[in-house]
Design a protein around this ligand. Structure first.
Ligand SMILES: Cc1ncc(COP(=O)(O)O)c(C=O)c1O
Length: 471
């Protein structure tokens, strides 16, 4: 008997261990720093890791946006970029790649996601309008508000509870949406949105059944339905893994089905297109597309480049084909899950289940001795940096807290989270194990972590530039 014949899959099941599905052929060194150095850098940065230089971070989990490693095929395509002002080959390659997955009739390139949002909302929204979503991302909300309209979050109740397990915590509350549409009508609701995956709600997915129902309700009321599609491939993977009837189906097919229920989408290619810059806006409405292109020319550029270089359009075209590959998505979601599982095993409280692009540590539970008015998530973010040079981001009362207009007292945000966002194809599982070790070290000495007070803050978006001191 040959050794080949001996490989009986019933007796010898295949190795079940997920690895990075790529080899590394170019490396970027990371600078090791000492604890003393990091303590000094933190103080210089006013205890705000946004103000720390990237090269002083050992593992930078600030964001998954624009931080992907590009593939050899993306770099090769970039060398073939056509930089013509109008009608460049790069645009047609980009347009074909977008249409092949998203299926919309009109594709408008933009320099990033928020530019697509600005064009969409300034075309559709007016003062008095209200736009529902599961949870609006902060730039989405800001662009809706800049157009004078109101952004309303209608995620299911489980989506607001960090410790409650649910396979699709990003789902829209359908009863709430139905009541909202009945109360406001198409006169006040210019569009309904769904963010896939739900970034501000912990990177949690939305089920196909929910997308279908949201679409049905929107259509019943004559309102267009849009997807904020930044992490569409991760969302499609979760549908394949968790929703009945989708097991084993090609991810591209699942994504196409998701988009078939929508009238258009906004997209940041800095996420699920592996590009370092770029985005686009899609619609099936020819008249709307014409008006959007008029605005595009005003601020972004001609409709066949939209503020991007031809080579960027080529990088996006190739990235979109790569991001729907099953091997990649399996590794991607598994590595996020592995990070979440290791933290959970160590007793560290995180938002459950782990999302697609990030793990969120629950700082209220991690540091129960620090009240929300003393910014526990900011304190934990600093502690992770100090301990091992790991940079996460505070998503709590610094980012979302408000001030009582009468007393000036802090009104804390509902959750105090530290987000560890994973850049795509950048860090290995060994890097993530290091992150776990750093978190465990902070967990062991958690009682020594102190709360913070603000010493400087800007009137808007204070989290980027605020400075703090220990209390
Ligand atoms: C869900 C979501 N929508 C929109 C955006 C905005 O995209 P961009 O950063 O490309 O402007 C982001 C960026 O993080 C996002 O996560």
């Amino acid at each position: 008997m040959t050794t080949l014949a001996a490989a009986d899959p019933d007796k010898e099941p295949p190795v079940d261990f997920v690895i990075e599905p790529f080899r590394i052929k170019m490396v970027e060194p990371i600078r090791l720093t000492t604890r003393e150095e990091r303590a000094r850098l933190l103080v210089e940065a006013g205890l705000n890791v946004f103000l720390v230089r990237a090269e002083d971070c050992l593992i930078d989990l600030l964001t998954d946006s624009g931080t992907s490693a590009m593939s050899q095929d993306q770099w090769a395509a970039m060398m073939c970029g056509d930089e013509s002002y109008a009608g460049a080959r790069s645009f047609y390659r980009f347009e074909a790649a977008v249409k092949g997955i998203f299926g919309f009739a009109h594709v408008i390139p933009t320099h990033q996601g928020r530019a697509a949002e600005r064009i969409l909302f300034s075309t559709l929204c007016r003062p008095g309008h209200r736009v529902p979503s599961n949870t609006h991302f902060d730039t989405t909300r800001a662009n809706i508000e800049a157009a004078g309209a109101e952004a309303v979050d209608l995620v299911i109740p489980e989506g607001r509870q960090p410790r409650t397990a649910h396979p699709f915590k990003g789902n829209m509350d359908l009863g709430a949406l139905e009541r909202f549409l009945a109360a406001n009508g198409r006169e006040r609701v210019p569009l309904v949105m769904l963010t896939v995956t739900n970034n501000s709600g912990g990177g949690q997915p939305v089920s196909m059944a929910n997308i279908r129902e949201v679409s049905r309700l929107a259509r019943k009321h004559g309102v267009p339905f849009y997807l904020d599609a930044c992490r569409f491939a991760e969302n499609a993977w979760f549908i394949r893994e968790r929703e009945a009837g989708f097991a084993g189906r090609p991810v591209k097919e699942i994504a196409r089905e998701m988009f078939s229920f929508a009238d258009g989408c906004t997209m940041s290619a800095k996420k699920d297109a592996f590009a370092n810059i770029g985005g686009f806006l899609c619609t099936n409405d020819a008249d709307l597309a014409r008006r959007e292109k008029d605005l595009l020319i005003l601020t972004e550029g001609y409709p066949t480049y939209g503020g991007l270089a031809g080579r960027d359009l080529d990088a996006i075209a190739v990235g979109l084909e790569e991001v729907v590959q099953e091997q990649y998505l399996h590794y991607r979601i598994e590595s996020t899950k592995r990070l979440g599982d290791r933290l959970t095993e160590a007793g560290i409280p995180i938002v459950l289940p782990p999302g697609g692009h990030a793990v969120y540590i629950d700082a209220r539970e991690f540091l129960p001795h620090i009240p929300p008015s003393r910014f526990p998530a900011q304190a934990l973010t600093c502690a992770l940096y100090l301990e091992g040079g790991v940079r996460g981001v505070e998503i709590g009362s610094v980012m979302f807290g408000k001030k009582d207009p009468a007393t000036g007292a802090e009104i804390p945000s509902a959750m105090e989270l530290v987000r560890l966002a994973l850049p795509r194809r950048v860090y290995t599982m060994s890097h993530l194990e290091y992150v776990v070790e750093v978190a465990k070290a902070v967990w062991r000495r958690r009682e020594s972590v102190r709360g913070l007070r603000i010493t400087y803050e800007a009137p808007m978006l204070r989290h980027f530039t605020a400075r703090f001191e220990e209390v």
